[in-house]
Ligand binder design. Structure first.
Ligand code: CDV
Length: 308
């Protein structure tokens, strides 16, 4: 029987001039609160350490290299690794990674209670655009500042649980979930920064954004018989608003914990991972029911074709 107390550590807005050390202090406060509640695994958002700078345009992208980490752990994040180890807690958080080869990724890591980095995941589905586009209500320049991830979606057993990672926009893509599901994932942790307004449509505001976010999380968890955590960086950041709505979802696709505010906030659930087995051995018994002879288009084409 594998049970873990799991948590999402939602983080309120981080302003441009806030230091990494100040952010880590906020992360530590939530980690300590989690420990006091007996939490064994905690998830932090996408790009936890900095403001969501892809909303800003710079012609020379090197000017933004200061938002990236060149090593992990580093001086600013070492206290997080040390505190988690002292608490015997596994954790995940997202940050911007600049590799020794000079490559830029939107990255998340999974760290064991012993302080070992067990998974590095680099965001696959980068939303937005690469050039300044004045018709948008705000910029979303992830395609300018990051390369599409080269890791793919991987699962590792940690704390007795099959764990996998994805980042923000990945949660909207069933391909993400199914590749993890095909590795018997039991817990998917996803951090996000979701602007509360679609920058090309006035009709898609915060209520619809929350709806699509939960719809994606609940469907992904249910269809792959997995627990899932979605954790926001949210509220107002440099004058821009992002949705909160962090959730923990069970393998039946039900939300079992939900953040109520838009600031630093901890939500907790007792996760029984034996519950993943029922869906995975019945409706979603992949070996029994999948028909891969009909799925070729999924990997053979990107855009939709028209019927002849
Ligand atoms: N950081 C993100 O990936 N944000 C996207 C927005 C642009 C829609 C998201 O899917 O939430």
């Amino acid at each position: 029987m594998t049970k873990l107390k799991i948590a999402a550590a939602q983080i309120g807005g981080i302003q441009k001039d806030e230091s990494r050390e100040a952010v880590v202090a906020r992360m530590l406060a939530l980690m300590d609160e989690a420990h006091a509640q007996g939490v064994q695994f905690i998830a932090y958002p996408e790009m936890t350490l900095t403001t969501f700078f892809p909303r800003f345009y710079v012609e020379d992208r090197a000017e933004f290299d200061h938002w990236f980490e060149t090593e992990m752990p580093n001086a600013a994040t070492a206290p997080l690794f040390a505190r988690a180890k002292a608490h015997g807690m596994g954790f995940t958080f997202g940050y911007c990674e600049l590799t020794p080869e000079g490559l830029h990724y939107n990255t998340a890591i999974l760290v064991s209670p012993e302080g070992e980095i067990r998974l590095t995941y680099r965001k696959t589905h980068l939303p937005g655009h690469a050039e300044y586009e004045p018709e948008r209500s705000h910029q979303h320049l992830e395609k300018r500042y990051f390369l599409p991830g080269d890791t793919g979606f991987n699962v590792t057993k940690m704390q007795g649980v099959n764990m996998g990672l994805a980042i923000c926009n990945d949660r909207r893509w069933p391909e993400t979930w199914r590749v993890l599901g095909l590795q018997s994932v039991q817990l998917v942790a996803i951090g996000y920064n979701t602007p509360s307004q679609n920058n090309l449509s006035k009709d898609e505001g915060p209520a619809r954004r929350i709806y699509h976010h939960e719809l994606s999380m609940c469907a992904g968890a249910y269809q792959n018989s997995t627990w899932a955590i979605a954790v926001a960086k949210c509220g107002t950041e440099d004058g821009n608003h992002m949705i909160g709505g962090s959730v923990i979802v069970d393998p039946d696709g039900y939300v079992v914990a939900r953040a109520t505010g838009e600031g630093d906030e901890l939500i907790v659930a007792e996760a029984d991972f034996d519950r993943c087995a029922f869906g995975a051995s019945t409706v979603f018994d992949f070996a029994a029911h999948r028909r891969i002879e009909h799925y070729g288009r999924i990997t053979a084409q990107t855009g939709a074709s028209q019927p002849e």
